[in-house]
Structure formats: C-alpha cells, structure tokens
Design a protein. Structure first.
Lengths: 83, 756, 227, 83
C-alpha cells in the first residue's frame, strides 16, 4: 500500500481571494506580522499499487486529469510506502 | 513633481521604431492600416503602452467595429426608455419613480478555458454594469450553450460553468431566477455563457459613466490590480485554437465577497449623491473605463499609475492599463468629496485611491514614475475606432435547404414514442439540476421561481412585479437567420406575456462566428434585420446588449445564436400567471394556428440527428395579436394558466403543464396533418391557456375580436394521465408519473453516465 | 419586542430577516453592524444567512471573531433569544454557542429547494406554536449544511431534546441524523440551516416559517410582560 | 522573514464528503487502486517575526484561534526562515 500526499496550490500570479480575506482576519485578531496568506489543498490518497513507480505514475496522472486545474493551479506530491 | 512632456518608452519595452519596423502591433491584434490611423492620430509613432491601449480600445469587444453599423438598425427609443444603449445598462421607466435596469453580456471565451472562473467573472461583470447605473441588482439570468453531454469535456464545462454562476450569484446574494441551457454539437469546443442582470433604480439615482469638471479627482475603488486577464478583450475577439491556452495570460479569478462590499459601498455613495461619474472596470480594465468616461464627458484625463493599487510587483504601465482584474470601479467626484468617498470605502473595508484628475483638453495622459508614458487625443480611442462592413454571401447550405421537407423525415414516427423521447431529451427536460444550484429565493421577492415560462420578481412597496426571460434558438437562426431573429424576440416577449406582463424592452447578446467570413456576416446581418422587425412590431426597444463574435473552433462557427433578454411589467400581483395546470375541470384552450413546421425542431433532431429545411415562420401581426389577447385575458382575471408553445410543440407543452401542476389532461383535436406532425410542429405564435368553464366564452370572444384562432382542446383532470386523441384515435396515453420521471432524470443521468 | 439583525461583511439575508420582522411580524428591528459589541438594547438577535467574509477558510469562521459576537454571547448567557439561520447557524457553531461543525453537502453542490421538515421539539421559545411532529416547508439554500458532531454530542443532543428540526423527506445535505436545526441546553439559542424568513407569505411558496417568529413573540410576551 | 506552512486536516473520525466524492470520480476515471482520499488544507503564511521562536508561537496561536476548527480538524506546521 502506498500513501501519496499531494499539494495543490494556486499559481503565484493568480488572485487568492480566500488568502486575502484570511490575512485581513488575522490582522484584526492582532497577528499584524502576517504579510501574506495563500491557501491551497493537501490531499492524502491511499493506493493499492504494485510498486512505488506505479503509484507515482498514477498520482501524476490523477493530478493532471482531475486533482489540479492546470489553468490556475500547480501540484506537487510525495509517495511513501505504508503498511 | 516636475512632469516631463515627452512621451517616454520604458527601457525593456520595444521602441516605437521597432514596433513599426517589426509590425509588433499585429501581435496585439491591430491591422496595418489601423496602426497607420494611430500614427496619424498621434502625429508620431506610438510607444508600447499606447499601442496596447489602442489595441484593446479598437478590439472587436470594445469598439464593435464589425457590428456598429448593423446595430444602428435596432429600434432603441420608446416612451418609457430613460437610457438606451451607450451606458453600462439600459433603463426603462416602470412608474412610481422607479425604473428597471438590465443588460446581458457574454463570457464565452474565458468560460471555454476555465469554466468555473470564466462563468463566475461573467456574472460579476454584468452585476457591476447594473449597479454602476445606480440600480440595486435584484435578479440574474443566464443563457448557456454546450456540446453534447456524451463528451466528458462537455460535462466538465457544463458542471463548472453552472457551479461558477452559482458561486458568484449565491455569494453576492442576488437570486438567479431564470435562463436556458441547450446542448448541441454546434457548440462543442465553443460553449456560450451569457449572463444577464436586472436591477431596480429610483429615478433620481441614475448614474452615468462620464468624467466632467476640470480638476475633479478620479478615484479607484476595489480590488488591487494584478496581471490577470491582460488582453482579455483582444482574446475575446479572436477564434479559439490550440494556442489559446498558451496565449492566455493569468486567468481572472472572481471574488464575489469583494463585489458585495463594492456593491454596498457604491449604493451608499449613490444614496448620498456623491458621484459625478461611475464606470466599472470590465473588459480592457482601467483603459476602457477611464477613456470612455473622459470621451463621453468631453473632457480629458490624467492618471498617475504609481497610485493605482497593485497586487503584483514591478507592473509596467502597459500591464496596469490592460489588466482585467475583477471587482474594480472608477469614480469621478466633485473636488472636496474625496474624504467622504474614502470614509464609505473604509467602512466596507475596501481600498480606494485618488489616481488622477479630469482635465479640460480632451487628452488622455498617463504618468509612471514621474514620466509621461502616454498622451493620446481621447476621442480617437472611442469615437474614431475603425468600422468595417465586410462582404456578405448567402451560404450554400441555405439554398440547399430550400428543397428539404422535414415532415417527410418524421411523419412515420409513433406520437407516443416521440413524446417519451422528447420529454427525456436533455434539451427539453427539466433544468432542475441547474437551477437548484442557484439561490433563486434570496431577497424574498421571487414570486415565480425557475421552471415556468418567465421568472417573476415582485417590487417591494408597490403592487407591481417584473417578469423576465432569456431566449434564443440557434437552430432556427442557422436555418433562416431573418426568421430566427424574429422568433428570438417574439418568443422572449411571449414568455413574459404568459407570466401576465407587458413586455417593456430587451437586451440582446449576439453570439456569432467570425464576421470576416461572408456567410457568417450574412447570418449576422439577417438576424439583426429579423430582430429589429420584431422589436418594432412588438414595441420592445433594444436598450442595451453585447456582441460576441469569433465563436469558432477549428474553423467551424457555432450556430448563429442571438439571445434576447426580455423584461416585462406586471401591473398587479394578482395577474401573475404560471404554466402549471391549476384545477381539474379547467378548460384547455389553444390560441394560434398549427402548420406542418418541423425544420429545426426537436423532433427532427431526435429522429434524424441533425436539422435541415426551413424553420417555422413568424407572422409579426399574428404574434402581436396573440400576445395582446393573452395579456387582456389575464388582466380580466380569466386565465388560470398560460404556457407558450415552443420547442417540442403542443405535446410537450401539455406534458409540462401537467407535470408542473401534478394534474392530468384529456385532449381531443381534429387536424388534416399527421398526428405526430400536428403534435410536434413548432409553429409560432401559439399559447396554451386554461380557464375555468364559465370564462371560456369570454376568452373565445376576445380572441375572435383580435382575429386570433382559439380552439378548445380538452380539460384538466385529476386522473394522473395525459391522454391525447387525434381525429377520434387515442395517440398518446401516458401516466404523468412516468413523464415526470423521464423529464426529471434526463440531465442527472446524462451527468453521471457511469451510474446508469 | 426589539429584534437585532447582525450584519457582517458578506451577510446577504439580513434584508430578508428585517423584512420578515418589520413588515410581516410587525415588530421593531435594527440592523447591527458587526463592529458593535453592545446588544443590551435588544430582546432577540437574528444572525442572518449569507456569506460572511465570503465563507472563506470555513463558513462562519471569520465572522465568529467579530466584536458583535461578544454581544451575542452575552445575550445568550442572559437567556435572550438568539437564532442563527444558515450562515448564522455556521457562525454559532464556530463560536461554540452550539455544539458540532459544518461540512460541505455530501453531493458537493449548492442546494436551493423547499424541503419538508419535522418539528421534533415544540417546547422551545422558537417552536411553541408548532405541533410536535408537524411537517412544515421551509426553503434551504446552502453549500455547507452537512451538520456533524461526534457520537457523545449526538447522544447528548437527543437526551436533552436539542434537535429541533429534522429533514422529513430526502436529506438535502447528508447531515448526521437528518438534523436541520438544533438548540442549546437552555433552549434560547437556535441554529438552523433552513430559512424561516423566506417562508412568511404564501406567494413565497410557503408561510410555514411565520410561526417561528410568532412563537418568539409569544414567548417574550409571556415571560417579559407585554410591551 | 519567516514562512510557515500549515496543514489542516480532518480528524480521522470525521467522514470527509469531499474525499468520498473525489475517490468516486477517481474510480470512474479508472484509478481503481485508490482506497481512500482525504482532503485538507495547506496554508502558506509569510510572517515578519523577530525570531523563529516568535514565529512558531504566533503560528500555533493562529491555528488554535482561527485556522483550524478543533471540533473536526487537526493541524501541524513547519516554519522556515526566508529571505
Ligand atoms: N447587440 C447590441 N444591441 C444593442 N446595443 C448593444 C449591443 N451590443 C452592444 N450594445 C451597446 O453598445 C454599448 C457599448 O457596449 P460596451 O462598451 O461593450 O459595454 P460593456 O463595456 O458593458 O461591454 C453598450 O451600451 C451596449 O448596450
Ligand atoms: Mg460596461
């Protein structure tokens, strides 16, 4: 069994309205040192693949096909073997 | 600051000479002769910023260079029109010192690339157009076209476009009360996403997008400027191709929360009478809004770009001016009012900045880091944009269709089988899957929710209500653009009449292919002819609209698809009428005449897989008479339900009224046509009414006076069955439950093909 | 009876709540901006629906830290009536005035419709004019109404009869135990996903929401003397 | 300047409707090896704090106060110094 941890983040040039709003709230809570907030996703996918290579291939394909929107998002992942 | 008067080029940008010598302007979509005009207007070579500004201002999207001449054919005046085309949205008087403000706009190209954000920002843009007139937005509608749901990409587009529209409208808190969705291979790869917004205005609050008063400050309000959507306007003026994905700059992301704040802040400024001019930064962003305000006000403008709030570091003047970041507004106020504006912005947590001032010399000057970076006679940007009247040619397919007889193609189909197919066609089926994702009840004014011919919104503080509908049938327009154009207007008007409203006027969105192709331009010109004729006959002026050209993929144009957004006034709430059958025993009447008209019909498409022949014909006088009859009957209190006959013909209209009313019907009719032809013909100018028994004669007499054919078809029953007899033979006999199930499940099933 | 309707940046059902109280119920109502923290003048507080702070991060999370929530907390402690509708319910959860949390609807779509609810407990200030088990139609409009709490909390909610409304037909969001609305132990704080303020006239599609407001009025008159 | 990367995840006991839906979509795309999907958030917060300790303290406080909902979520974070 393999566990992939996938990070999907907005491309730098794309506006992150959610991050802007959270930054505002952090400021009003007194966290004035906060300069910037960007919010992305973290997905954990458990895979019953044969090998690490196969798992990585599949994760790459899933990200491209479904999990990330290539128009506005980037993705990255790590795969580890689990019991 | 000592401002230099020589227009500078920035070090890393191409020099004016290089722009000329290497024809770099072409990359921005300008033609050689257009570049020549620019040089003449300036009396020198333009720098990179200036070429960028001209290129967006003279793009199809902003300048209407291929459509301006034809749009003049639309009647735009009427006794109630307070503001016709030319501002953010049209304005029509509805009495009680109130007016209705509305406009439709396309976001086709952005939605093809990023459907969720593309559709969302389309909604955001049209809302800004309405509240920049000083009106409170009260309703949204939309008109959508996609390829067929058998394609995963189309399902993706459909799902995300609907979610994007829902996201924006729901969050900002404006009900999405109506619209239409059609699936046809013609839109594969080039979906259409047209959004309409309706607002209510107190007469004395009407705002304009103009700059006046030398020395008055120009104020920027709202979101910061980033590099998003640079050249969106140019992008929207080109065909889509594989390179589009690459060429596309950062996609614009909508922030409905920010727009809600902007809306409330602007409403407060309007209430306090602070504004001289206001215009949203939509297509071509800061450039278009500021240049248009200056040109309309017969003034000039000077902006200091260092003062423009920026989200990204190191933006150039070119980027700042051409950015299409969303949720921004440009204001001009009386000198001395800056603090009041700022106080309102601060309350709503919005940033605002004075970025320049109005000048008296009709020049458009931009400064950046102390240097003059653009100096343009402002009228040349707006009024001197090029204007083209391309060649027209009657397409071959139109001639070939002359000889095709659609009746022959379908006459052997069993009517019952046809009905089952039609109710479960995704084009005819219930659109609940779509509208249940839209908050259609917020603002608690929605008296008729999505699902009837037109949506109805009540106007608080009065007994009045507004009916609204968007309509357009690209198949008809393709087969005969002139007739199709008439039908688009007539059908939209008929829909609001069925709700009990008098049609007031319309906004239109003209979605066509590449106008530089003679066949496309012919379609365009013909459709406008037909629409204009219908507008004149039905007395529904065009008070605003939008043109979307170059809707093509891989060289193939979409069906020519003009969409009409019609608004009607209901004088008394008791006149509000819906299409659902109301009570057993009510008599079903058909107004209008049925001919064998199946070209472009849903039945033809289902049977043959394509459309051909000539579409239904529309007689404008008949149309007007039918509409007036129905409106008078409703106002006399005789009508229990009214439903216009459209795609799917009489059979589908009967089925829909049964399904909605959870009642049955027994119908019996005589005809010379084959039963299936009579039942599924899409002849125009027909309306189905139900009336209680004692009012049948009243309606018949009224119809006769108006020269409208009126046929008694049968009765509403409490048997949950639809039974249709033709010439004494039962040809359709179906349980309402079965029809309902097919009709409700068509789209959900198509959207989850694996779960069937 | 004096009602307050809190207004956060992004609230958008505030006008509907005000309309229901002022024009239909005929009582006094004031819109209170989120920066005010003194709500002592009011007898009842409505946290309206909408998308406070755009619903960013988590629904209701950013609004939960507004100054006005101090006033709401005080009012709740004093036994005044507090009702959170839709986003207002989400805010009450985020503030901890009600137990549990909200997740996205199980089908992941926004859902606007008029479901049927069952009144599970009519012995509260909000429901005393309904019959127990009465079926009523109240519109919903939300993306995150999938109520969650752990088993211990659920058992407690049941034991104390804090579940006030359940979806009687199809559950439109996947909420645990079909929960549509819950109250606190003292029965003076109610959170519900459906919008009673959208069901106060027949032409709106239902007027079943009206009894919720008239119940509040009756309770207040009985307990705090006629005004 | 410090950059905190914060992960907010649903507690194991809480059913994740989004994860379930994504798993379903992955299966219908043919990724049948997928056993489980859990979806959380990844936040990047840029802080102008004086020291790493101060930054970590602040991030811990933000998470407790605002960024995670203790009823259903856990959080974890890493802080690194950036230029
Ligand atoms: N198809 C049309 N019919 C009538 N008027 C139109 C049409 N298309 C555009 N117009 C009008 O031309 C004016 C210019 O439009 P435009 O500058 O595109 O406005 P916007 O910036 O809102 O898109 C608008 O007032 C619009 O209503
Ligand atoms: Mg405009």
């Amino acid at each position: 069994m393999f566990k992939a941890t996938i990070f999907v983040t907005l491309k730098d040039s794309v506006l992150d309205p959610q991050g802007v709003a959270v930054k505002g709230s952090l400021h009003s809570l007194g966290f004035v040192q906060v300069q910037d907030v960007r919010i992305g996703k973290r997905l954990e996918v458990l895979l019953d693949s044969e090998s690490r290579e196969q798992a990585e291939e599949q994760v790459q394909a899933m990200c491209e096909k479904l999990l990330a929107n290539p128009v506005i998002e980037n993705f990255a992942y790590e795969v580890e073997e689990v019991a | 600051m000592q401002l230099k008067q020589l227009v500078k080029s920035l070090p890393h940008e191409p020099t004016p000479e290089k722009i000329r010598d290497q024809a770099l302007y072409k990359e921005l979509g300008l033609r050689e002769e257009e570049y020549g005009h620019i040089v003449r207007h300036l009396g020198r070579l333009p720098n990179w910023t200036e070429v960028g500004i001209y290129s967006v201002m003279w793009s199809e999207h902003c300048s209407y260079k291929h459509s301006k001449a034809l749009l003049r054919k639309f009647p735009t005046q009427g006794p109630r029109v307070l503001q016709g085309p030319g501002e953010g949205a049209g304005v029509i008087d509805i009495g009680d010192h109130l007016a209705v403000v509305f406009k439709i706009e396309s976001h086709n190209h952005p939605s093809a690339i990023e459907p969720f954000q593309g559709a969302a920002t389309g909604v955001g843009g049209i809302i800004r157009d309405v509240f920049s007139m000083g009106a409170r937005p009260v309703a949204l509608l939309n008109s959508l076209r996609f390829g067929e749901l058998t394609s995963p990409r189309v399902r993706y587009l459909f799902e995300h476009v609907v979610a994007g529209i829902a996201h924006y409208g729901n969050c900002i808190g404006i009900p999405t009360v109506g619209g239409e969705v059609v699936f046809d291979p013609a839109y594969d790869g080039n979906p259409l996403v047209n959004a309409m917004c309706v607002g209510i205005l107190e007469h004395d609050k009407l705002q304009k997008g103009i700059a006046k008063g030398v020395g008055n400050p120009v104020i920027y309000v709202g979101a910061s400027t980033g590099r998003d959507g640079i050249h969106g306007a140019t992008f929207a003026s080109e065909e889509l191709n594989e390179a589009s994905e690459e060429k596309r700059p950062a996609v614009q992301v909508g922030d409905p929360f920010m727009e809600k704040l902007l809306l409330e802040a602007c409403m407060e400024m309007v209430d306090q009478g602070l504004l001289l001019g206001i215009q949203d930064m939509g297509a071509a962003g800061l450039t278009c809004s500021s240049a248009e305000m200056a040109a309309k006000g017969e003034h000039g403008m000077e902006l200091n770009l260092d003062l423009v709030p920026q989200r990204e570091k190191g933006m150039t003047p070119y980027e700042i001016m051409l950015s299409e970041s969303q949720e921004r507004m440009l204001l001009v106020v009386e000198k001395g009012m800056e603090e009041k504006v700022k106080a309102i912005c601060d309350k709503w947590g919005l940033q605002s900045a004075v970025i320049g001032h109005v000048t008296g010399d009709q020049r458009y000057r931009l400064y950046f880091q102390g240097e003059l970076v653009a100096d343009i006679p402002v009228k040349t940007l707006v009024d001197d944009a090029p204007c083209y009247a391309p060649e027209q040619k009657v397409p071959d397919y139109y001639r070939e269709n002359e000889t095709i007889c659609p009746v022959e193609q379908v006459k052997d189909v069993d009517p019952q089988e046809a009905l089952l197919q039609v109710v479960s066609s995704v084009n005819m089926a219930s659109k609940r899957w779509v509208y249940q994702q839209y908050d259609h009840m917020i603002r608690t004014s929605t008296a008729v929710r999505p699902g009837s011919d037109a949506a109805v919104i009540v106007i608080r503080g009065t007994d009045k209500a507004l009916a609204m509908s968007t309509d357009g049938n690209g198949r008809y327009v393709y087969l005969d653009p002139e007739q199709g154009g008439r039908i688009a207007v007539a059908e939209a008007a008929r829909n609001v009449v069925c709700a009990g409203a008098e049609p007031l006027g319309l906004t239109d969105c003209l979605n066509f292919g590449n106008p530089e192709k003679p066949e496309v331009y012919w379609q365009f010109a013909q459709a406008i002819e037909g629409m204009s004729a219908a507008c004149r006959e039905l007395e529904t002026p065009v008070v605003g609209g939008n043109v979307s050209l170059y809707n093509e993929t891989k060289g193939q144009a979409i069906y020519p698809t003009p969409i009409v957004g019609m608004v009607g006034l209901i004088e008394k709430r008791e006149h509000i009428t819906t299409q659902a059958f109301k009570a057993p025993g009510d008599v079903i009447l058909l107004l209008g005449e049925t001919d064998a008209e199946l070209g472009g019909s849903e039945l033809q498409y289902l049977v043959t897989g394509k459309i051909s022949g000539r579409p239904p014909r529309l007689d404008l006088e008949k149309e007007r008479n039918v509409q007036q009859t129905v409106l008078r009957a409703i106002r006399s209190g005789w009508v229990r339900s009214a439903h216009d006959l459209a795609e799917g013909g009489l059979a589908l209209a009967l089925a829909e009224s049964c399904i909605d009313g959870k009642l049955g019907a027994h119908v019996s009719l005589e005809t010379d046509l084959a039963p299936v032809v009579h039942l599924f013909s899409e002849s125009q100018s027909r309306i189905l009414l139900t009336v209680s028994k004692e009012n049948v004669d009243h309606v018949r007499t009224l119809a006769e006076e108006n020269g409208v054919a009126c046929t008694v078809l049968g009765e509403v029953t409490d048997h949950p069955e639809l039974t249709i007899q033709v010439n004494g033979q039962v040809v359709i006999h179906q349980p309402i439950a079965k029809l309902t199930q097919r009709w409700e499940e068509a789209i959900p099933c198509a959207m989850s093909p694996s779960s069937i | 009876m004096r009602f307050a309707v809190t207004v956060f940046p992004g609230s958008n059902c505030d006008i509907d709540a005000i309309h229901a109280i002022k024009d239909v119920l005929g009582e006094s109502v004031t819109a209170v901006w989120h920066k005010e923290s003194d709500l002592s003048k009011y007898d009842a507080i409505i946290l309206p629906g909408g998308f406070s702070y755009g619903d960013y991060l988590r629904t209701g999370a950013l609004a939960a830290h507004s100054p006005v929530m101090e006033g709401v907390r005080e009012a709740a402690e004093k036994g005044k009536l507090v009702i959170g509708i839709c986003n207002g319910f989400q805010i009450l959860l985020e503030t901890g005035l009600l137990p549990g949390a909200m997740r996205k609807n199980d089908h992941l779509q926004f859902r606007c419709s008029i479901p049927t609810l069952r009144v599970e407990n009519n012995e509260t200030p909000f429901t005393l004019q309904y019959r127990e088990g009465e079926l009523i139609q109240i519109p919903i409009a939300h993306m995150e109404g999938n109520y969650y709490c752990d088993e211990v909390t659920l058992a407690e909610l049941k034991r104390n009869k804090q579940i006030i409304f359940r979806y009687a037909g199809e559950n439109p969001n996947g909420s645990i135990d079909d929960i549509a609305g819950i109250c606190n132990r003292n029965r003076n704080v109610l959170g519900m996903m459906p919008h009673p303020e959208r069901a106060v006239c027949d032409w709106m599609g239902s007027s079943d929401g009206m009894k919720l407001f008239t119940s509040m009025l009756q309770y207040w008159k009985e307990n705090y003397g006629a005004a």
